[in-house]
Design a protein around this ligand. Structure first.
Ligand code: EZ4
Ligand code: CO
Length: 412
């Protein structure tokens, strides 16, 4: 079974997606997600110019060998562009192998370890009232676990708060926050860590009082605090029993988490911007986190993320795979198959894709009572509708960036 066709498809139904489609000489095809939010075309060039020519006539069944060949023969290792490109090849080859076996991919990964995947959605609101509406809307959709992000008094715009009004009369509107915006330049947002630290504990107190102890609550600090500020926040939200505090400090310095750990028992999650097992070496072996946030798409595919999660399992660290809308339905399916199979699954982030996206990507996953399941179709269970994809050409889009009140650029 040889790879004899490789297509890189860029489509922008509700947002940009990069998909690799591999086809074998016996007519099987597999899909891989290579979407890198705001830097999509770099991965397209990496795939088209440097990887596709190497794949022609390769044995499609040799997933491990192809992974090692692409990783080591490049000489230049790791990095988000390289690892997203390798991830797409890896996913597509697993899709093909599972289709050849006539099984849903999770079966080849060892079979189901659970009935379904607990998933969390994103509630947000500028005010407490809007936030409560958004939490209720998520509960109505079945969510048992909800990430809480709110506006901060004095700040005009803030990470994680949907721009759609969520009050009465707006039912049916999207509550999910979509940070990337189409246009030629990144949007500027404002930031003040002290104001944020004062406000967030009051929000969690209000949410716990309103919704009770059972609801699983999460929060994303989005890389903005110093270690000591993160420790302060972790301590101040301890009474509200967070499932995790995510990305409390910038992820480049894993040693920062030692300081956070020393001061708080709030569970920590990190890793959505990591791309290899080496990024996790210190924080897993020193047990500085509780959840691994990597997406299959950004961490070298199923082959490599499974290694990270198996390593994490030795330290009672669980999965919490990244699942925003910039992970395509293909990347989400890969996450669901992997999450269903591994023993140390923790939780899966899930932001529903828009209608156009769901027409481009025909999917077989199920959403039931707050749980995801990848479905029983052979392979990943996702097919690309080329006619639909062709309707939506690439549109330039950027993630926002932050400035402090005095104009200094801050982590976003
Ligand atoms: O900012 O997906 O936890 N989720 C997040 C996301 C990320 C975007 C970046 O592409 O932090 O909102
Ligand atoms: Co995040």
């Amino acid at each position: 079974m040889f790879i004899d066709k490789a297509e890189v498809i860029v489509t922008s139904p509700d947002r940009n997606f990069v998909t690799l489609k591999l086809t074998t000489d016996d007519g099987l095809s597999g899909l891989g997600d290579a979407t890198l939010n705001g830097r999509e075309m770099a991965v397209v060039a990496y795939l088209k110019d440097h990887i596709v020519p190497l794949l022609m006539r390769r044995d499609a069944s040799c997933i491990n060998d192809t992974w090692q060949f692409l990783y080591r023969s490049a000489y230049w290792r790791r990095g988000p562009v390289t690892m997203a490109a390798i991830a797409a090849v890896d996913m597509a080859l697993w899709d093909i192998k599972a289709k050849a076996a006539g099984m849903p991919l999770y079966q080849l990964l060892g079979g189901a370890s659970r009935k379904g995947l607990l998933a969390y959605g994103h509630a947000s609101g500028k005010s407490i009232e809007e936030l409560f509406d958004s939490v209720r809307a998520h509960q109505q959709q079945g969510y048992k676990a909800i990430r809480i992000q709110t506006g901060v008094p004095g700040l005009a715009s803030i990470y994680g708060v949907a721009s759609n009004k969520t009050g009465a009369g707006n039912q049916g509107k999207r509550y999910d926050y979509e940070p990337a915006q189409r246009g030629a330049y990144p949007a500027e947002e404002d930031w003040d860590t002290r104001a944020y630290l004062r406000h967030v504990p009051t929000v969690f107190e209000a949410v716990r009082n309103e919704f009770g102890p059972e609801l699983v609550l999460l929060h994303d600090g989005h890389h903005r605090m110093t270690p000591i500020q993160a420790a302060q926040l972790g301590k101040s939200v301890e009474p509200y029993d967070l499932f995790w505090l995510e990305d409390c400090t910038p992820a480049e310095n894993p040693e920062a988490l030692r300081w956070v750990r020393r001061h708080t028992t709030t569970p920590l999650a990190i890793g959505e911007i990591f791309n290899s097992i080496w990024d996790y070496q210190t924080i897993i072996s020193e047990q500085l986190i509780d959840y691994v946030r990597s997406a299959v798409t950004h961490t070298g595919g199923i082959t490599h993320l499974k290694k990270i999660l198996d390593y994490a399992a030795q330290y009672q660290i669980k999965s919490g795979m990244h699942g925003p809308t910039d992970i395509s339905p293909v990347g989400m399916a890969a996450a669901m198959h992997l999450g269903l199979a591994i023993h140390n699954f923790g939780i899966q982030e899930y932001m529903a894709h828009g209608e156009k996206t769901n027409q481009v990507f025909e999917q077989s996953f199920r959403w039931e009572a707050g749980m995801l399941h990848p479905g029983e179709k052979p392979g990943l269970g996702v097919e690309l509708n080329h006619d639909e994809a062709g309707k939506y050409p690439y549109e330039q889009a950027y993630l926002p960036y932050n400035r402090l009140a005095d104009g200094t650029v801050h982590d976003w």
